[in-house]
Design a protein. Structure first.
Length: 247
């Protein structure tokens, strides 16, 4: 879950709903490689493993919902392996990209996002290292099996990171009251223009505007028990917000 405080509410976005937005960003992206269809599948399904965990999302000792960077790492490694396998069944190249994404979570997107880390990874560093080594050791063989060279594989990996990060930019920031201060997202500058609307420079989509949607739930801030949170969370009607990005 992606959790952001919003006054007396938490905005909660399920990882699978975040991934739906990532997939929509991928479909609209102008800079495409020759295997773009697989990159779209990877973007849309890169967090499929979370669907198991999100059947019963957890609260912490303080009663707050556990956000994605604070999840128990052994569980994360297990369900991410399952997600990689499931995506590979649909599209082997997409599965390779999701494998790279999974390893990259523990490698700061291979240097592209030095702020990315799971807060509890150091507790089980040998397990993390084994997972990363397991994924990385298969890159070359998997690339050969799908007929993709290293240059394209890494280009599509980095495109997948942009699809993911564009989605996260709307999951993790206050877009109901965005203010007017521009912010940087790697090579891109976002300038808020109003609720759920921003100018992006350079503009990575075809045309002068791109429109997307994000599903979220607004949960009252309080100290929840596990049973109360699960019952209440799934009883909340999710709301669809409309996003517009312009050149």
């Amino acid at each position: 879950m992606i959790v952001r405080g919003q006054g007396d509410l938490w905005q909660v976005v399920l990882q699978t709903d975040h991934a739906d937005l990532s997939g929509a960003v991928a479909e609209a992206w102008a800079d495409r490689g020759p295997r773009h269809d697989s990159a779209v599948v990877a973007a849309r399904r890169h967090d499929d493993g979370w669907a198991v965990w999100e059947r019963s999302p957890l609260v912490g000792a303080d009663g707050a919902p556990v956000a994605f960077l604070d999840v128990h790492v052994p569980a994360h490694l297990a369900f991410y392996r399952a997600g990689i396998a499931a995506v590979t069944d649909e599209d082997p190249y997409a599965g390779l990209l999701v494998s790279m994404h999974g390893a990259g979570i523990y490698r700061q997107r291979y240097g592209a996002d030095t702020g990315l880390s799971l807060s509890r990874a150091a507790e089980v560093q040998p397990l993390v290292d084994a997972f990363v080594a397991e994924q990385e050791s298969a890159y070359e063989e998997r690339s050969a099996a799908v007929g993709v060279d290293e240059e394209l594989r890494w280009a599509d990996y980095h495109r997948l990171q942009w699809f993911d990060r564009f989605s996260l930019a709307f999951c993790l920031r206050d877009w109901d009251h965005p203010g007017e201060t521009p912010f940087e997202l790697g090579a891109f500058t976002f300038t808020p223009l109003g609720p759920w609307r921003a100018r992006v420079d350079p503009f990575p989509f075809a045309g002068a505007a791109a429109r997307f949607a994000l599903l979220r739930r607004l949960v009252p801030v309080r100290a929840w028990t596990q049973a109360e949170f699960r019952h209440t969370f799934f009883g909340i009607e999710p709301a669809l917000v409309e996003i517009e990005l312009v050149a």
